[in-house]
Design a protein around this ligand. Structure first.
Ligand code: ZN
Length: 273
């Protein structure tokens, strides 16, 4: 290739890189289960933004405010919009095909719970959904998250799961293959908003990083924190285990934005389209 074209190509790439903000380049993955970064422009104060009626995380990068929008797995690809400062701002949700996984559970009640278990599950679900709808005013300590444990991924986000042949909810988080007892560290600072022992999730901790940005860790062998506790980035929340519906010890981590569970891999730079 002649040098002139190489220079031109390099120039175009550089210009392109400058068109999007740093946060946009890292986090804008607008697919179901992904994140849309929407530019709100410059303003003296942070505009209030909402998506599907729920408040959205707004951060500032240089002069501009950006909405960091969680896109639920259940939305249809196509045109979507957020509302900010009385305006409707459009964004496009693309298509993403998630893989399937078949899991065999020896404990049949974990596939088809009985009446008493269903009642327990319903109550636990309500408590956890309420935690996901927490919206505190403080800004997250960091948007790019640390890995809560060091280890390989064993199951990706969004996988359609069939337990003993029956389809159940898709995988709402990431699994890391690490031994029981491994300490789990919070990937950003935050406040513990819920701990519990649940039928499906086992020992569980919710950490509110601020403005609806929430981490959930489950299947833990031990919980080391209490509700209301403030955690610095990297603080230990508990130990890896296999409590609840788990086929063996692993660390399961959910990330939620505006009450939408999104792919945690986006925030650790491991997202695959
Ligand atoms: Zn999992």
């Amino acid at each position: 290739m002649p040098r002139f074209f190489c220079t031109l190509l390099l120039l175009c790439l550089t210009l392109n890189a400058h068109a999007d903000s740093y946060i946009t380049r890292l986090l804008n993955k607008p697919v179901p289960g992904g994140v849309a970064v929407v530019d709100l422009g410059a303003a003296a104060q942070a505009p209030k933004a909402s998506y599907q009626g729920k408040p959205v995380l707004v951060v500032k990068e240089q002069e501009n405010w950006l909405a960091i929008v969680g896109i639920p797995l259940t939305v249809q690809p196509g045109n979507h919009q957020i509302t900010a400062g009385g305006r409707n701002l459009p964004f496009i949700v693309g298509f993403k095909k998630y893989p399937e996984q078949r899991i065999t559970l020896k404990n049949k009640s974990q596939v088809n719970p009985d009446q008493a278990q269903l009642k327990r599950i319903e109550g636990e679900l309500a408590v956890q959904l309420k935690a996901y709808r927490t919206f505190s005013p403080n800004l997250p300590s960091n948007l790019l998250l640390d890995k809560p444990v060091n280890g390989p991924l064993s199951s990706k986000f969004g996988v359609r799961r069939f337990f003993n042949g029956e389809e159940r909810n898709p995988h709402a988080g990431l699994d890391f293959a690490v031994p029981a007892g491994t300490p789990i560290k919070t990937p950003a600072g935050g406040k513990v908003i819920l701990v519990g022992n649940y039928f499906f999730n086992g020992n569980t901790v919710f950490v509110d990083h601020g403005q609806g940005f929430i981490s959930m860790f489950c299947h833990m062998s031990k919980i080391d924190v209490k509700p209301g506790q403030q955690l610095a980035r990297g603080a230990v929340v508990g130990k890896v285990g296999a409590t609840g519906r788990a086929t063996g010890p692993h660390m399961h981590w959910n990330v939620s934005l505006n009450d939408a569970r999104v792919d945690p891999a986006i925030f650790i730079g491991a997202f695959q389209p």
